[in-house]
Design a protein around this ligand. Structure first.
Ligand SMILES: NC(=O)c1ccc[n+]([C@@H]2O[C@H](COP(=O)([O-])OP(=O)(O)OC[C@H]3O[C@@H](n4cnc5c(N)ncnc54)[C@H](O)[C@@H]3O)[C@@H](O)[C@H]2O)c1
Length: 313
């Protein structure tokens, strides 16, 4: 596909070419290059996961500091896995060679076949990003969002390729957690949903498919019922957050209680996603709990800042 020709064609040509773009199906074996947008908590691990699976991967972020952290993580993680006997030296070297980092979005998406957006959980940021990605990425590329709560129809409408937009939701830590939720919006084509399910399998994940869009998908909807009750019990002074975590871990068998988990996933994410939910529903019960608001306003976001409900050295 000659992208330059598409851009240069006249008005009618452009319309025809846009229609053509909608049906440019990508087959899984044609997916060779992946771009991950966002190098934070999720993006740095999703990028490494793709590189380990043999994809030419570019990780991009607006923050050089985040890109440097992601580079540092990769430089430490790969030799550690080799030392533990979990990865061969050859596989580690191949993954390293497959992965590059850049702050230049245009350069990052230029020849991507599949793009996974893992930027901050703010609808406006994602909408601007998707418009830009649609402009810069090759017409055949799929645009997926790793958002924890936002359905892809909220970003698909700013693109000229809604059929190629979907949710591909990884869990934290992305290198470890097996589940990936693939959500098919009303605009998402069967081809895009199937391709995304297969891509997740090739990344050694166990994907699940949602046939309908719903805010928070499966896992976070189920989890939020538990964590809302846990926050409320803490806010009411019924028990300490440590004891609530201990009860959930030792009575319900969860690997982490809700406070420990929120420290891992980010209290900023919990706050922002609740605020986005509230903006949508205008239902006061969707507002973040007072203990989350207090932590967010102090900048205590959890592990990433060294302090959340717990302290980290
Ligand atoms: N943290 C989790 O446990 C978790 C789990 C699953 C999904 N998610 C989702 O993944 C996404 C990222 O979450 P996170 O926890 O990694 O957040 P994070 O705050 O750790 O990282 C977000 C990154 O996005 C970057 N960014 C902001 N605006 C950008 C832009 N315009 N272009 C490129 N990069 C930009 C920031 O610099 C930052 O590095 C969110 O949508 C979130 O809902 C998070």
């Amino acid at each position: 596909m000659n992208w330059a020709r598409l851009q240069l064609s006249g008005k009618n040509g452009l319309r025809r070419d846009r229609e053509k773009k909608e049906v440019l199906a990508v087959k899984i074996d044609d997916v060779k290059r992946i771009c991950v947008v966002g190098a934070g908590n999720m993006g740095h691990q999703i990028s490494l996961l793709c590189a380990l699976a043999g994809y030419q991967t570019v990780c991009t972020d607006i923050s050089e500091e985040q890109l440097n952290k992601a580079r540092g993580f990769t430089a430490q993680y790969l030799p550690e896995r080799v030392a533990k006997g979990k990865l061969t030296k050859e596989a580690a070297d191949a993954a390293k060679a497959n992965l590059r980092f850049t702050a230049d979005l245009k350069d990052a998406v230029n020849d991507a076949d599949y793009i996974i957006e893992a930027a901050v959980e703010q609808l406006q940021v994602k909408r601007s990003l998707f418009a830009r990605l649609d402009e810069l990425a090759p017409p055949h590329a799929v645009l997926a969002t790793n958002s924890s709560y936002i359905v892809s129809s909220k970003v698909a409408d700013v693109t000229r390729r809604p059929a190629k937009v979907c949710n591909m939701h990884f869990f934290n830590p992305a290198l470890v957690m097996k589940c990936v939720e693939v959500v098919k919006g009303p605009h998402t084509s069967e081809d895009t949903a199937e391709l995304t399910m297969e891509l997740a399998r090739r990344l050694q994940k166990k994907p699940v498919l949602l046939h309908k869009e719903i805010r928070g998908f499966l896992v976070n909807r189920i989890l939020s019922v538990l964590s809302r009750e846990a926050m409320s019990l803490y806010d009411l002074g019924v028990a300490s957050f440590e004891d609530i975590d201990s009860a959930v871990e030792n009575a319900l068998g969860h690997p982490m209680g809700p406070f420990r988990l929120m420290d891992l996933t980010g209290i900023d994410l919990a706050y922002l996603s609740r605020m986005e939910g509230y903006a949508e529903s205008m239902n006061p019960t969707d507002m973040p709990s007072p203990c989350v608001v207090a932590k967010y306003s102090k900048g205590e976001y959890g592990r990433k800042t060294g302090k959340g409900f717990y302290s980290y050295s």
